[in-house]
Design a protein around this ligand. Structure first.
Ligand code: COA
Length: 245
């Protein structure tokens, strides 16, 4: 894969690792990062060797301090901005990755940073993490799914409080609300994410992908339809395993 400017990509023993890599700008999400993530996520989606992915960030201070404010509202026109967005639907691509993605977040997790983490399946935070959505304060609204993904994870009231007031959560509050699965010390963050990734990568990838699909698609279905989906996926996995013998 090409050398990237804003992200690092690495793959080892079935575990893909994406690192946001603009530490001097607190990993602010710029257009270059959008394009590079789009490519990397496509490569992960299409790579049968990748069983699970970890999304992390370089530098001590931040996972991601949100959209790059220096590019803010500088697109040639809203029509161009929208066109580019459709051509590079990085959020749709995040959500369409069939392998589980684990986010390992630290420091500032703001705006697009929290939205990226919400597009992942499991979130592990270090104890210094701070979560917030400052968009409304800036006179805009989140555009990377945050108004939809956040209430689905922490519920309507708390999500609206964060979105409307710009209040931040620390990692302990994030754990309490289920925004993150676990909180560990900063030195333990990557080892914890990698350990979980290796565990998942050690299982039959067909079962792993089917579980993710059942849960993710099922959440948008009425229960009876979700149970039918589970039966279908279960039959597919069993059939594939029988063919192995
Ligand atoms: N876009 C572009 N650059 C950003 C950025 C962003 N969202 N967030 C931080 N940076 C840059 C700063 O401009 C600074 O660059 P410089 O050293 O070239 O001047 C560098 O990252 C370090 O940030 P700094 O503000 O000095 O760090 P801090 O520890 O004092 O403050 C924050 C950290 C996160 C509180 C502060 O950077 C901030 O409020 N960032 C903006 C958050 C935001 O509103 N995001 C947009 C969401 S839509």
């Amino acid at each position: 894969m090409n050398a990237f400017e804003t992200v690092l990509y690495d793959k080892q023993d079935g575990v893909a690792c994406i690192t946001l890599n603009r530490p001097q700008k607190l990993n602010a999400y710029n257009m270059r990062m959008r394009d590079e993530l789009y490519e990397v996520l496509g490569a992960i989606r299409d790579d049968p060797e990748v069983r699970v992915a970890v999304l992390k960030a370089a530098g001590e201070k931040a996972f991601c301090a949100g959209a790059d404010l220096s590019e803010f509202l500088t697109a040639p026109s809203p029509i161009v901005a929208r066109q580019v967005r459709w051509e590079r639907d990085v959020w749709g691509r995040f959500l369409g990755v069939p392998q589980p993605i684990i986010a390992a977040v630290h420091g500032f997790v703001l705006g697009s940073g929290i939205e990226m983490a919400l597009c992942c399946d499991i979130r592990i935070a270090s104890d210094d993490a701070q979560f917030g959505l400052p968009e409304t304060q800036l006179g805009i609204i989140p555009a990377a799914g945050g108004t939809q993904t956040l209430p689905r994870v922490i519920g309507r009231g708390k999500a609206l409080e964060m979105l409307l007031t710009g209040s931040r959560l620390d990692s302990r509050q994030a754990l309490y609300l289920g925004l993150v699965n676990a909180v560990v010390s900063r030195p333990e963050l990557l080892p914890a994410a990698e350990k979980m990734a290796r565990t998942i990568a050690s299982y039959d990838p067909r079962a792993v992908r089917a579980v993710k699909e059942a849960v993710v698609r099922g959440l948008d279905l009425p229960l009876a339809d979700g149970i039918k989906l589970e039966s279908q996926l279960s039959a597919n996995v069993q059939c594939a395993r029988r063919l192995d013998k």
